[in-house]
Design a protein around this ligand. Structure first.
Ligand SMILES: [Zn+2]
Length: 324
């Protein structure tokens, strides 16, 4: 059941949702205007590119990515690189910083770590990360708009190295968040981890959606239906499509060795959106803020392992331990 305006808030304050974390006045933001996008940043020739960059063609194979020991070791490394790019870029989120500056920072870290930014020249995209601010659901393009106090920005990183893509994202606060927006971000982080914790080998992929959607609804948030997670490994976007909303027609079964992303987008408003003229940026129709977290995960013999953590186990999006 979705939490309603006059229900008690989920946070335990005892107040009505509409006067607490569901405060619509705090969530009524101005639309994020598109700014000027700088030219693509160069990648040294010594760094290997994915096929779609060298030949301009995105392959049509969406075969699920199931690893052997060698490919898993390489995928694990690509995911650790992505985690490091995200952590270090996220440290620079602050009031007055532009998303293009975040792109430049991320780009230099990919190159330092010997990785290619998978987004760069993917289907004509010209930046090294996606940056989705406030009411942008996903695929925001870094530009010259400075972050304002109270903004949230999702940074989405995909690193390509040793023939593998690792994909992770997190939502960061610029300045001081208002409680209504902090609640959305915290709930989305927890929803992502609940989805990951629900994975069972030889069981239904839908266990993920069944863990995420009712939890989001209990806090008054909606899940975006049109975008989901995806298989990932040697291919950037593969099967299965990972739905974060309950879909009774989804009969996919997951098996050990499979890798895919979990990346729910939760919105504090209506879950409808439209694409900007740039062909990428997805704006919420009502401009209400949305948040997203993403991990690449491996299905194991007992559940799932988050691969998008650094060698020392750090992650910008938190770890399963935070569920304890
Ligand atoms: Zn509350």
């Amino acid at each position: 059941m979705k939490l309603k305006a006059n229900d008690r808030c989920w946070c335990g304050s005892g107040g009505k949702y509409k006067r607490c974390h569901g405060d619509q006045r705090a969530l009524d933001l101005a639309p994020v205007e598109l700014g000027t996008v700088s030219p693509p940043r160069p990648v040294p020739d010594t760094i290997a590119r994915p096929d779609y960059v060298t030949n301009g063609v995105v392959g049509t194979s969406r075969a699920p990515q199931i690893h052997d020991a060698d490919s898993l070791a390489r995928h694990r490394h690509a995911c650790a690189v992505a985690a490091e790019v995200l952590i270090r870029t996220g440290e620079h989120v602050a009031v007055g910083v532009t998303t293009d500056e975040l792109d430049a920072i991320a780009h230099d870290i990919y190159v330092e770590l010997g990785a290619y930014p998978s987004d760069l020249h993917y289907k004509g995209y010209t930046k090294s990360i996606c940056t989705s601010v406030n009411g942008v659901i996903c695929h925001g393009i870094p530009d010259d708009r400075p972050l304002a106090d109270g903004d949230i920005v999702n940074i989405d990183v995909t690193a390509y190295i040793d023939g593998m893509h690792g994909d992770t994202s997190a939502t960061f606060h610029a300045g001081t968040p208002v409680p209504a927006i902090a609640g959305l971000v915290d709930t989305t982080r927890e929803a992502t981890l609940r989805g990951i914790a629900a994975i069972r080998p030889f069981d239904r992929l839908q266990l993920i959606a069944e863990a995420i959607e009712p939890f989001a609804a209990s806090r008054g948030y909606s899940v975006i239906r049109e975008y989901g997670g995806h298989g990932i490994g040697a291919t950037f976007h593969a099967d299965p499509h990972v739905s974060h909303h309950i879909d009774r027609f989804d009969d996919v079964i997951v098996v050990p060795g499979m890798t895919f992303t979990i990346e729910p987008m939760l919105t504090s408003g209506r879950p409808t959106f439209h694409q900007a003229a740039d062909g990428w940026t997805e704006h919420a129709d009502d401009n209400r803020p949305s948040a997203q977290f993403e991990h690449t995960v491996l299905v194991t013999d007992s559940g799932a392992e988050i691969l998008t953590v650094t060698a020392s186990g750090e992650s910008a999006a938190g770890t399963l331990d935070s569920l304890a």
